[in-house]
Each structure stands twice: as C-alpha cells, then as structure tokens.
Design a protein around this ligand. Structure first.
Ligand SMILES: NC(=O)c1ccc[n+]([C@@H]2O[C@H](COP(=O)([O-])OP(=O)(O)OC[C@H]3O[C@@H](n4cnc5c(N)ncnc54)[C@H](OP(=O)(O)O)[C@@H]3O)[C@@H](O)[C@H]2O)c1
Length: 323
C-alpha cells in the first residue's frame, strides 16, 4: 500500500510517500481502507518532537528514542472496514466508519489498523468521509474538555482563544450547542467564520487583548497556550474554569494549587476519544448542529504541503488528506 512514512524526526520534508506492506489486523482489530484522514497539530508535534513545555524528554520516550517507532502518522481516519481480525463482532467488511487511531496512528496510508473496541464508530449514511475525518480530532477534544472536564452549563459565558483552529471551531460550536454564549478570539480574517459557527462576538487578538478587558467568563478555553492562569485568572467569574487545552508540564503541576480562590479553577487534561463520542459528533453533523470545517484538501502525494500548513499554527479547521 502507499503510505506517508517518516524515518527521522524533523520538518515537513522528512515525510515521504512509500510503498509498504499493508498491516494485518490481529485479534480484536479491524483493517480500515482509509478514504480521508487529517493532518493535525498532534502529527506536527510527534513528527518534529515539538512537545509542550516540559515534555521534551517524554516525547522521545513515548514515540521512539533514536527515531520514530511508528513510521506512519495520522490519528483520525474515515473509510471502510476492509477486514476484521479474530474475535471482532459488531463490524462487518464494507461498513463505513470513522476512527481515532490514538497511539496506533497510521491513518496517513491507504490502510490502517485500529482496535475494534476503541474509538471506532459507524458513519451515518449522509456523512461524507472528509466531513467524518474532520470532526474526530477537534470534536472529541472539545467534547472532553467542555462536557467532562468543565461540566459546562446552559447560559454560561465561554471565551475560546484560538477559535478558528481545528479544536477552536469545535469548541465554539459545541459550547454554543450546549447552550453557552460564546466569544471567539482569532485573527481578523477568520472573524466571519467564527461568527458563522455561533460566536456572539469575536475578538481580533491583534487589536485587542481579551485579558485586559473587564469582561468575565465562566469558562476560558486556551487552545493557543498564551492564555495561562496568570493572564486569564482575572477574566474568570466565581467558579470559573480555565481549560488549558495546550498545557505544559509546569501548568499541569501548578493547576491544582493556583486555583481555589472563589472556586476558580485551572484545568488540564488529555482528550480520550470514545466510540460513543464519535457517534455523538457524527449525529450532530447530520442534524445540522455541528459543521466539519475543512480549510484545505491534499492528495497523499502532497502530504508535505499539508504538514507545512499545519506547522504554521494558523490553519483554519481541519486539513484533509484524500486517499
Ligand atoms: N489536551 C489535549 O487533549 C489536546 C487535544 C488536541 C489538541 N491539543 C493542543 O491544542 C493546540 C491547538 O490545536 P489546534 O489543532 O486547534 O491548532 P490549530 O488548528 O493550529 O489552531 C491554532 C489557532 O490558534 C490561533 N492563534 C494563533 N496565534 C494566536 C494568538 N496570538 N492569539 C489567539 N489565537 C491565536 C489561530 O488563529 P489565526 O489563524 O486566526 O491566527 C488558530 O485558530 C495544539 O498545541 C495541540 O497540541 C491538545
């Protein structure tokens, strides 16, 4: 099969398309014929070993000390079941599915293997492969942080810093869907998009510092990493929560201690997508309550260009790889 392979950590150019053996599903696994995948911030971090502050050493331990252990990146895939390993029930060959491949990775290839009882869900008939792949990374992150970590309530005021990125567009839409009033922070060029996704107001970070205003929020979501506790705490109401989607080790260690005054909290975590989450998000798209935002599509042969765009830190929504 054709796959985007990297043999050493580095810039986008370390990735190249090669012919490699098609993986075979073991017991409890399924083989997916990938139709669409995304290149995400996670792919950029793993490919270049650009870990959040304090996690540098953990990167090599987790992904390979002297070079990448898994040679094919890609965590989010949509496609068809091509084969089922022994003991798999609930999926049949030919079914359309979307998946978060997690640490298996491998979605930047014509075929990838995932655990059948992992974050693997059937696709509703009316959902396209690109739409499905594009909701996995951002959607499951926003769901985890808003629903499970912050326990968002209707009518809460939510500010999303980095509102036009892959996770940001999902945070804006989900918060709004769950009944919150949303303010988005992004560049002027993306203000229209973010307003269209449901933000009542958009702050252009080049013109205005949200943290310097007198406005207070129940939830501040930081997907950029520049709105940590010192900058955001005065912007939180009593019982307000700062969601540090991008958090370094110092943020994680200090979060439980910095944050008790008036019930205000700094919260960190790592999203753990489930099959139920993916089904929930897919149904939201079908119902019209959530839109997959796709800024650019690339063929597998052009994957280096896709990585370059993701590395910029200014992509809008998701970047799709078509197989
Ligand atoms: N904890 C977890 O489980 C988890 C899960 C997923 C992702 N993450 C992390 O979350 C981060 C964001 O991921 P992503 O996929 O959303 O990234 P992304 O798609 O690259 O989005 C970055 C966003 O940041 C905005 N931005 C850039 N500079 C800014 C500034 N100075 N002020 C405000 N906004 C600014 C960009 O807006 P403009 O283009 O308009 O400038 C863009 O909307 C990554 O570091 C990733 O590793 C963590």
């Amino acid at each position: 099969m054709r796959a985007a392979v990297y043999h050493k950590y580095g810039p986008p150019g370390v990735v190249g398309v090669e012919e490699i053996a098609t993986p075979q599903p073991k017991r409890g696994e399924v083989l997916i014929r990938v139709r669409a995948a995304t290149v995400t911030a996670a792919d950029w971090r793993i490919r270049s070993l650009t870990m959040p502050r304090g996690f540098g050493a953990f990167g090599r331990l987790a992904f390979g000390l002297f070079g990448p252990r898994k040679k094919v990146l890609g965590m989010a895939a949509a496609g068809e079941i091509a084969a089922c390993g022994a003991g798999v029930s609930g999926f049949v060959v030919g079914e359309r599915v979307l998946a978060d491949c997690g640490t298996y990775m491998g979605a930047h290839a014509e075929f990838c293997v995932v655990k059948a009882d992992g974050a693997l869900a059937k696709m509703p008939d009316s959902l396209g492969f690109e739409q499905a792949a594009a909701l996995v990374f951002g959607g499951s992150t926003a769901l985890y942080f808003l629903r499970d970590i912050a326990r968002i309530q209707p009518r809460e005021q939510v500010l999303v810093n980095g509102a036009s990125g892959e996770t940001g567009v999902a945070f804006v839409q989900l918060a709004q869907h769950l009944g919150a009033d949303v303010v988005g922070v992004c560049s002027a060029g993306n203000a229209g998009l973010v307003r269209g996704l449901g933000a009542a107001r958009v702050v252009d970070y080049a013109q205005e510092d949200f943290a310097a205003s007198a406005e207070k929020y129940d939830i501040i979501v930081d997907t950029v990493g520049n709105a940590g506790w010192p900058r955001s705490k005065e912007g939180l109401k009593d019982n307000g929560r700062l969601l540090q989607v991008l958090a370094g080790l110092p943020d994680m260690i200090s979060a439980p201690f910095v944050s008790r005054r008036a019930g205000r909290k700094a919260l960190t975590g790592v999203a753990k997508p489930t099959a139920a989450d993916l089904s929930f998000l897919a149904d939201l798209v079908v119902s019209g309550a959530f839109a997959s935002v796709i800024s650019q599509r690339f063929e597998l042969a052009d994957i280096v260009e896709a990585h370059r765009l993701v590395d910029s830190g200014h992509k809008v929504g998701s970047v799709i790889i078509r197989m």
